[in-house]
Design a protein around this ligand. Structure first.
Ligand code: SIN
Length: 286
């Protein structure tokens, strides 16, 4: 880290890669978090886009309480909730199921007009091997583009949607995922966002399109948009912009939906993986 980067006295950081992902040691999230410690956690979140904590013992109420330190909770309208906890979405795959939730590069809630700040995923049960999650930094992806392409993208906005993922037609093709997603009738909203955003907290520029939910550039057809989107998608996941997190039961991740993408690997058939996800409200993107 350079001299201009934040200094950390309360927490110990172990970066997973230069651009994205850091493990934070020395914090028990079940205990009240002091303001100075929370401030350093927020700094690490801004710098690395996704932060990880190991060996946490959290009840569902404590999980929600930790998430609320980062902002109000956004109740996900498509995922099944943990019984008794509407604020906690279940990310579940049973041994007999073949499809997983989040098994492709995406960022959560880009289909909302005010997309979520972040998602806090807590591992309750994980397979013996597999089920890792990949993350990619959209700061690094943007920074590495040529000056010419940056200029082209600056003026563009893109259309995002949930219809093709959570809508009624999509459900027909979703196989055994259908039981874990619901409310297809609510997948009616499209959202338009800048293709390059200035991050609301860090002020840094990030690429804000993603393979999961972006349909096309505003004013362009889907066919016209496809080649440039495809270029951006393969560029954005260059290995040096990514990290890979290996879960253990009790691991907790908080990722920034404005500056990262993620991809849940589906390589653990025959085993259960059960995660609890709380989503945090964001602010309009510019
Ligand atoms: C998700 O996309 O929210 C799920 C990520 C994961 O299960 O690792």
């Amino acid at each position: 880290m350079s001299d201009r980067e934040p200094r950390f006295n309360r927490i110990h950081l172990e970066p997973l890669s230069p651009h994205v992902g850091v493990e934070i040691a020395g914090v028990d999230l079940a205990q009240p978090i002091e303001a100075e410690t929370l401030d350093e956690i927020r700094q690490a979140f801004g710098r690395f886009g996704v932060i990880f904590f190991r060996d946490q013992q959290l009840t569902p109420d404590q999980h929600v309480g930790v998430a609320e330190r980062f902002g109000p909770i956004n109740i996900n309208r498509f995922f099944s909730a943990v019984p008794g906890y509407p604020m906690i979405a279940e990310v579940r795959k049973e041994p007999e199921q073949t499809r997983n939730i989040g098994g492709g590069w995406h960022t959560d809630h880009s289909y909302d007009t005010v997309p979520a700040l972040g998602s806090m995923l807590y591992a309750r049960q994980v397979p013996l091997t597999g089920g890792d999650t990949l993350f990619a930094s959209m700061y690094a992806a943007y920074d590495a583009l040529s000056v010419g392409l940056k200029k082209t993208l600056e003026g563009l906005r893109a259309c995002h949607s949930s219809r093709h993922v959570f809508g009624a037609e999509a459900m027909v093709q979703r196989g055994d995922l259908a039981g874990r997603h619901g409310n297809a009738e609510l997948a009616t909203q499209d959202a338009i966002h800048p293709v390059v955003i200035s991050h609301p907290e860090t002020g840094c520029k990030a690429l804000y399109v993603n393979p999961g939910f972006t349909l096309r550039f505003e004013g362009w057809t889907v066919e016209e948009s496809r080649p440039l989107l495809d270029y951006l998608y393969q560029h954005a996941v260059r290995p040096e912009f990514t990290c890979r997190f290996r879960w253990r039961a009790g691991s907790l991740a908080l990722w920034d939906n404005r500056s990262t993408w993620h991809f849940a690997l589906n390589d653990y058939h025959g085993e259960r993986r059960l995660m609890h996800r709380v989503t945090i409200e964001g602010s309009p993107l510019h």
